[in-house]
Design a protein around this ligand. Sequence first.
Ligand code: HPA
Length: 245
Amino acid sequence: MQALGIIGGSGLTRLKALEVERQEAITTPYGDPSAPLTFGHFDGSPVVFLPRHGGAHTVPPHRVNYRANLWAMKDAGVGRVIGMAAVGGITAALAPGRLCVPDQIIDYTWGRDHTLFEEDLDSVTHIDFTDPYCELLRHDLLNAAGHVGVLVHDGGTYAATQGPRLESKAEILRLERDGCDMVGMTGMPEAALARELGICYACLALSVNWAAGKTDGPITMDEIEHYLDTGMAEARKVLAAVAHQ
Ligand code: HPA
């Protein structure tokens, strides 16, 4: 059985219940990944785990070495990768606490190393990105959620913003006019790099707050941490089930 790659986001720097076999510090042509890769078994199924923000959650979204992270996964022989992501909910389906498997993405990030196709090229390469996520893995995630009885919303557009600050009300209204359902800071270039490497990649998003201006008052870390704690427990059940497939 081929291992499932899991890139953990905020609230998922460690996979509880992961039986660790070994950790491997991998160096790539693009530098070091956020942390050593952890090889192990999750509920009996092989997984390769990488915390996107580092083991101690110290790497902010705009400083993550996405190229090294995806390259390391590929180097480990992983064909399927799930990116866990905490997001702010913009539309009704993405209320705090809800899980979602987005099917579209808009990239509002800037200045990130976003492609592997820029040096030593034999020819210019343009990957297809019409459907930015791997449909097979999206459906595996949705089926797995069904099996373990966890409610997960199917589809939605993820707005990838630069961070690390949260957005203004006007920025969220603009994202909503653009058709975005949720907002997070790490969805890109992760999805595009996976496609460049031929990795089947999907995102499991957890809404941890209403996006700016969707409720009265500021967004608080207490609120975010509350939904990270409760939601990640549900997300882990889905990840364990999909690793079995
Ligand atoms: N905005 C951007 N990224 C986020 C948010 C948000 O409101 N919540 C969690 N990640």
